[in-house]
Design a protein around this ligand. Structure first.
Ligand code: FMN
Length: 168
């Protein structure tokens, strides 16, 4: 039975996710891309994956540089998600208005993240109209304070009720 793309997309949206910005340093330029198709993969070795649209500018940059960082966004960083998902940000310095510092592998680390991972490109797999980039984690950035994440669910940004954790 044929899958209706609209229904498929909507169904995928019912899986609540956090929001990341995948960053890459490409020579003098830095590049960022909003992504929620992120997953942990392996603890030993430490591996994660992110799925990147084959039409995205980030694809060739990650292939070329073979290193990137994944920044987990805090609730108040919705503006960065919009910015790094938007078109027309390639002409100017994408990080001009975005507080950040260079990670050990050169990739920008966004100030105010709730967690970040620096990665080397371990493997690329074909995934239909996306590429699956498997990253080997080379550095973990973990702020001491646990802060509210930016969530994405049913095509909208959401807030987490941080007071509502289950007892066990
Ligand atoms: C919440 C959200 C999640 C997204 N997740 C992904 C993703 O996982 N993979 C992807 O390729 N694009 C994703 N996008 C779309 C890209 O951010 C967008 O196409 C961006 O312009 C790509 O940048 P680039 O072409 O400069 O690489 C997402 C957009 C939003 C708003």
């Amino acid at each position: 039975m044929a899958i209706d793309p609209k229904v498929f997309r909507s169904a995928l949206g019912r899986f609540a996710t956090g929001v990341t910005v995948v960053t890459v340093k490409d020579g003098a330029a830095a590049h960022g891309m909003t992504a929620n198709a992120f997953s942990s993969v392996s603890l030993d070795p430490p591996l994660v994956l992110v799925c990147v649209d084959r039409k995205a500018n980030s694809l060739e940059i990650i292939r070329r540089t073979k290193r990137f960082a994944i920044n987990f966004l805090a609730e108040e960083q919705k503006g960065f998600s919009d910015w790094f998902a938007g078109k027309g940000r390639d002409a100017a310095d994408q990080f001009a208005g975005v507080p950040h510092e260079a990670g050990e592998n050169g990739s920008p680390i966004l100030k105010g993240h709730i967690g970040a991972l620096e990665c080397g490109l371990h493997e690329e797999y074909a995934g239909g109209d996306h590429s699956i980039f498997l990253g080997r984690v080379t550095r973990v950035l973990l702020p001491e304070e646990v802060r509210a994440p930016l969530l994405f669910y049913a095509s909208a940004y959401r807030k987490m009720n941080m007071g509502a954790a289950f007892d066990s």
